[in-house]
Design a binder for this molecule. Structure first.
Ligand code: URA
Length: 278
């Protein structure tokens, strides 16, 4: 390969990486320098020129809080310890959301636009847990609002469940992985204390685990989703406290594999029958 061709290949690879990181997606109203930590980038943003008499523009969702600074010379505890401590210290859902927004132990926070905490009805008794926000969720700060979320809403509506009354929904990761890549085991492990605390505070009677990432993380299983789905299993939430959980196929998988909707429908009917029998 000539030197010129090598340079061209390197430039193309760099461009491809930028695309993987989502550089082509307009997520916010104003550009954000993603090569700097978010707090620094936000601090460098020029104040927008206001129209005379205009009200300040409202952000689409609450911007992420600036991470707490560690005092000079102090050693920050490992991220996993901080996550566990922050989760345990939250006694309400609002406190948990604030704790997660303040958690700076994951680089996912630096590339995400918003923390995606939860949506729906916390006291519905039914909690759904997906994988991680995608581009639409990251932009709006709400889980399952993109195409796969709309399919999920339609599927649940067909068994009489709506976010407004019937269920509460969140994800294993509260931040979008760049380019929608699959979460790593380390990321899942880091955020698991927050998810378990989220369940403990919402106090659902039942869980639905959407897709393999959620099912494997919460059932602590190695099997794939096709083996885990389709029957009620137990999730250990806090010491000596378990909850029935039904794993099912992720709606994004159903969009790619429409034939699998038959299995998902069987899972939904099992959910409906179980709720009816309560
Ligand atoms: N997929 C998920 O797992 N969660 C979302 O919030 C959106 C898509």
């Amino acid at each position: 390969m000539t030197a010129e061709a090598e340079t061209q290949a390197a430039l193309l690879a760099a461009l491809r990486l930028q695309l993987d990181w989502g550089a082509d997606e307009a997520l916010a109203l104003a550009p954000l320098n993603r090569t700097l930590p978010r707090a620094v980038a936000r601090a460098m943003e020029p104040a927008p020129a206001a129209e005379p008499g205009a009200r300040p523009a409202q952000p689409l969702a609450q911007p992420l809080a600036r991470p707490a600074l560690v005092a000079r010379g102090a050693v920050a505890p490992p991220a996993a310890t901080r996550a566990a401590e922050l989760a345990a210290g939250a006694h309400t859902l609002a406190e948990l959301q604030a704790a997660m927004a303040s958690f700076d132990g994951s680089t996912l926070r630096e590339t995400a636009t918003n923390l995606v905490f939860a949506d729906g009805t916390p006291d519905a008794g039914l909690m759904l847990i997906g994988e991680a926000p995608g581009a639409d969720e990251d932009r709006l700060g709400r889980p399952f609002v993109g195409v796969s979320g709309q399919l999920l809403d339609r599927m649940l509506a067909s068994i009489g469940l709506a976010r407004e009354t019937g269920f509460y929904i969140t994800n294993i990761l509260p931040f979008r992985p760049p380019g929608n890549r699959t979460p790593t085991d380390a990321e899942i492990g880091l955020f698991l204390p927050f998810v378990l605390r989220h369940i403990a505070l919402a106090k659902p009677r039942r869980l639905v685990l959407l897709g393999g990432v959620s099912a494997k993380a919460l059932l602590r299983a190695k099997d794939g989703i096709t083996r885990l789905r389709g029957r009620w299993r137990e999730v250990m939430v806090e010491e000596e406290s378990t909850l029935p959980a039904l794993a099912t196929l992720h709606p994004a998988y159903l969009l790619r594999n429409p034939a699998a909707k038959r299995d998902a429908w069987a899972d939904l009917l099992l959910l409906r029958r179980t709720l009816d029998g309560e």
